[in-house]
Design a protein around this ligand. Structure first.
Ligand SMILES: O=C(CO)[C@H](O)[C@H](O)COP(=O)(O)O
Length: 226
């Protein structure tokens, strides 16, 4: 079973947690694309939901597939949030932001008591840090911000897109930081967000309640609960 098939499998399982009348947070990324497509089938068959997307891309997909959207002016609490991740480590701490949507993803995940993360087994790790940690920073004075972050022990690379600096949906920049293996994700997250110029990090500490993992050997989806 290839990685796209694994993504589709786990996405389909996650969408089963969405029930009639729910307010739902929709994450960002290629795994979520499958979830949105499957969800659109259920909406077509009468499922009544309202969703808050975590990125402009996800909002575009949702509109394309006729999934009703809402926003935080109308709804403050979400019944369930589904999102992918780049790595899931011990204690369900997550490393996210590969798709550049970490800030809205964290805001949306923070609005629920049921945050379901969908991954294939290659992303389930003993220690976070093989994937470079994305950090959203304000453009103002970004060169010095990079120095301040690097002083915490990493090599930071300003994310580019089409030969220009990558700009997030919030008009900020992303730096991808190689800290090596991260021994204490909670402490590192606290150190990083104490830098005023850092908006948010891709470390999601104590946020996920349920991890769905698709297994390459069997194609089965394992459910892990906190
Ligand atoms: O954090 C994210 C976007 O900011 C994504 O959830 C993460 O990058 C996983 O994406 P994919 O499902 O494409 O592997």
């Amino acid at each position: 079973m290839n990685q796209d098939e694994l993504k589709e499998r786990v996405a389909i399982e996650a969408v089963k947690y969405i029930k009639d009348g729910m307010n739902v947070g929709l994450g960002t990324g290629s795994t979520m694309y499958y979830a949105i497509r499957y969800l659109s089938e259920r909406v077509k068959n009468g499922l009544n939901i309202k969703c808050i997307p975590t990125s402009e891309k996800t909002a575009e997909w949702a509109r394309t597939y006729n999934i009703p959207l809402t926003n935080f002016s109308e709804t403050h609490h979400l019944d369930v949030v589904i999102d992918g991740a780049d790595e899931v480590g011990p204690n369900f701490h997550l490393l996210k932001g590969g798709g550049g949507a970490l800030l809205r993803e964290k805001i949306v995940a923070n609005a629920t008591d049921q945050f379901i993360v969908i991954i294939d087994e290659s992303k389930y790790v003993n220690q976070l840090g093989k994937f470079k940690l994305p950090i959203e920073i304000v453009p103002f004075g970004y060169e010095y911000t990079i120095q301040l972050v690097e002083a915490l022990g990493c090599k930071a690379t300003l994310r580019q897109s089409n030969d220009a600096i990558y700009v997030t949906d919030n008009q900020n920049y992303i730096i991808d930081c190689d800290f090596g293996m991260i021994n204490n994700p909670k402490q590192l997250n606290n150190q990083l967000i104490s830098i005023i110029r850092v908006v948010e990090t891709g470390l999601f500490i104590d946020m996920a309640n349920k991890i769905l993992v698709s297994q390459s050997s069997s194609g089965l989806v394992e459910e892990l609960n906190k």
